[in-house]
Ligand binder design. Structure first.
Ligand code: F6P
Length: 405
């Protein structure tokens, strides 16, 4: 191959997003790339000419091994929406000028559905401007809401953390001889895939969470309170999983029913927080039950010590597959995972058109959500293979070691 490579990370991080970075870097190098640059803070940083030569950092097998085990986005991230091409040709001219100065021929962007908007616009612009740079998306998001792909790298590790944490919270709830209610808030925005992973806690050593609320169905607060009251009346301590994105029937998010500070990102997403606190306060004040709110918040996306090895491996593979496809001439595509077998679980990589993935949110099918506020076995069966196996952290002085930024 001729020319250099550049790679960036964008959107919310995951525990395994750096495994995809490792996959891009190693595969590009093995296939003869000269320089592999990393954008600092994604396309936003590139516009400010902020990038590094990754060969200086990833100069040993140990560094690459540590990178795979390091959570959050090693290169830094951004939530930056490129303008429409027709509205700001100069932005695109600037980006392509920087890419040409660096002799870039292959551009990789590791991100979710918002970040794929960047690949869509840049690959479209390359066509109209006659550039031969290849643009390829590498999927990631804990939300698992990307279209076409069976699932997204990052989801399996977050799901594993959530299910394991739920088992521990359920155990903690059994400790006293009177009922209490713990409401656990889980990320995922408008898709309930992550919250559904709470169902995996149920096993022969754990009775599982009591109620699960996904954003795909309107949330009925009165009905919720009745369900909590009835279950608690049996003398049982309850653990309830709620998605950060549940909404009441008039379209307001539950967290908006309480005092909150409105923060909106470049893609128009509200920062979601406070759903569990609101519900827990309501339970305590109206039902007189001891109640706690736990917001898993960023813990669920940076818990590299609880990663799924299946997830780490797939994250690495999608990075490698993106390089292979781009080096073979593909552009304007995103690598997707296709499940070819459930037992034994097996996924292969393919590429999908970025226009069908950018800005599209894939939701949990309604038939996988039950009327008694839980999820079906089919959904559990879909998630379970994704949390399998572990990759031990490299422990130094009693703590997991990460690659220093
Ligand atoms: O998109 C991934 C995600 O972790 C969502 O689940 C969450 O709502 C959002 O990012 C939070 O974004 P930020 O870290 O930018 O506040």
């Amino acid at each position: 191959m001729n020319g250099n490579v550049i790679v960036g990370q964008s959107g919310g991080p995951t525990a395994v997003i750096n495994s995809s970075l490792a996959g891009v870097f190693k595969t590009a190098k093995d296939r003869g790339a000269n320089k592999v640059y990393g954008m600092c803070h994604g396309i936003k940083g590139l516009l400010d000419r902020k990038f590094i030569d990754l060969s200086d950092k990833l100069d040993s097998t140990m560094a690459i091994d540590l990178l795979k085990r390091t959570p959050s986005s090693y290169l830094g991230s951004c939530r930056y929406k490129l303008p429409e091409i027709k509205d700001s040709k100069e932005t695109y001219d600037k980006i392509f000028q920087i890419l040409n100065e660096l002799e870039i021929k292959y551009f990789f962007y590791i991100g979710g559905n918002d970040s794929m908007d960047t690949i869509k616009k840049l690959s479209d612009y390359a066509i109209v401007s006659g550039s031969d740079i290849k643009f390829m998306g590498v999927p990631k998001t804990i939300d698992n809401d990307l279209a076409i792909t069976d699932h997204t790298p990052g989801y399996g590790s977050a799901a594993k953390f959530i299910a394991a944490t739920m088992k521990e919270i359920i155990r903690d709830g059994l400790v006293y001889d009177y009922p209490s209610v713990t409401v656990v808030e889980i990320m995922g925005r408008n898709a309930g895939w992550l919250t559904a992973a709470a169902a995996l806690a149920k096993s022969d050593d754990c009775e599982g969470v009591d109620l699960i609320y996904l954003p795909e169905k309107p949330f009925d607060i009165d009905r919720f309170m009745v369900r909590v009251k009835d279950l608690a009346a049996k003398g049982k301590s309850l653990v309830i999983a709620v998605s950060e994105g549940i909404k009441v029937s008039d379209g307001r998010y539950v967290f908006e029913l309480d005092n909150h500070v409105e923060m909106i990102d470049a893609f128009g997403h509200k920062q979601m927080s406070g759903t569990a606190k609101f519900l827990s306060n309501k339970i305590a004040s109206e039902l007189g039950l001891k109640s706690r709110a736990i917001e898993l918040s960023t813990l669920q996306r940076c818990a590299a010590h609880m990663s799924s090895r299946t997830d780490i491996t797939e994250a690495y593979n999608v990075g490698g597959a993106a390089v292979k496809a781009a080096f073979e001439g593909e552009t304007g595509k995103v690598v997707v995972l296709k499940r070819v077998s459930d037992d034994p679980y097996m996924c292969i990589t393919e590429t999908g058109d970025v226009h069908k993935i950018a800005n599209v949110e894939k939701k949990v099918p309604l038939e996988w959500i039950t009327d008694d506020d839980y999820v079906t076995d089919e959904l559990v069966h879909y998630i379970r293979p994704l949390i399998q196996a572990e990759l031990s952290p490299i422990m130094i002085d009693g703590l997991p070691r990460h690659l220093k930024v």
